[in-house]
Ligand binder design. Structure first.
Ligand code: ZN
Length: 301
């Protein structure tokens, strides 16, 4: 039988509900303007998200979750199994499935060497060098680099086409959106787009660039996107059908960081992790004015 236990927490700590039998992590959110309890299953994070109104008790939230547990488990069962980056895993790159081969600490120039499938229709391979324990991270970093390169080219292409100028762009591991555009002209994209067919990455670049002129999804916005990206409907269909599947890959190797690059100075565009030397709590290079000078210096080195 399922038991719900309230976990005592200090007022300053986040509230917690320990629900035995729940087959996914639970995220509890208290929202000041929420009028009712809502339950959501995030396919990208494989997590259950329970949003509570301000005055709702944990007991109430727990029994609400308990009442809908069958629905929650049905949703979880529908989520495809995650694929972690390991030797032998099948991972898409630019829309083509590749087999990952961790080749050990061989001294090769490239972190990842793509090997085409050849005439016998064999699965193409990605040879990842480096010691086994580091290979998943090295591979993921390489995928982020590939994503940054491809997106950089397409963003520049569409920006020129539409005579627009993004301030900069960043590559992140966003789970809720593929891209975004801020009112200050900064674009941001999910690194996972490198796994989708190139037309999809291209469409996302066009979409976010068009937001520099139209910060909405009105008719004028879609006209702009179509002008620079005539195959947008093909890409939108693919995203609707297959987009969520991209979140399966590398989920088990997630190490929760985001990447930032400067668009306006491509010669120093290089993402790295903040060494934490300058500010204890800072996790990203270039994410604050304190570590930005270090980022700049490091990028030029
Ligand atoms: Zn949009």
């Amino acid at each position: 039988m399922l038991r719900i236990k309230k976990v005592a927490t200090k007022p300053s700590k986040p509230e917690k509900l320990d629900v035995q039998g729940l087959r996914a992590p639970l995220e509890l959110r208290r929202h000041p303007t929420a009028r009712r309890l809502t339950l959501r299953v995030s396919r990208s994070r494989r997590a259950v998200i329970l949003t509570m109104p301000k005055r709702c008790s944990l007991d109430e939230a727990g029994s609400f979750l308990y009442r809908h547990l069958d629905w929650v488990h049905n949703c979880i069962d529908e989520i495809p199994d995650p694929v972690i980056f390991e030797h032998g895993a099948l991972v898409p790159l630019r829309g083509v499935i590749h087999k990952l081969s961790f080749i050990g600490a061989k001294r090769v120039d490239e972190i990842v060497t793509p090997v085409p499938g050849g005439a016998d229709n064999a699965t193409p391979e990605l040879l990842v060098s480096g010691r086994g324990e580091h290979a998943p991270r090295r591979f993921r970093d390489w995928m982020v680099d590939q994503s940054r390169n491809d997106l950089g080219k397409r963003v520049r292409h569409h920006a020129e086409n539409l005579s627009l100028r993004p301030k900069r762009f960043t590559i992140r591991d966003q789970s809720t959106r593929w891209g975004s555009c801020s009112s200050s002209g900064c674009l941001s994209f999910s690194w996972r787009l490198i796994m989708a067919p190139p037309v999809v990455l291209d469409y996302l670049a066009a979409h976010e660039v068009a937001h520099l002129a139209e910060m909405n999804h009105g008719a004028r916005f879609w006209q702009l996107v179509e002008r620079t990206m005539p195959r947008m409907n093909e890409a939108k269909d693919w995203l609707r059908r297959e987009g969520m599947d991209l979140h399966r890959y590398g989920a088990g190797n997630r190490y929760g960081q985001s990447w930032r690059v400067l668009f306006c100075q491509p010669q120093i565009a290089r993402a790295d992790r903040c060494p934490g030397l300058l500010m204890g709590r800072c996790r990203r290079l270039g994410c604050c004015w304190l570590c930005y000078p270090y980022f700049y210096w490091q990028s030029r080195a």
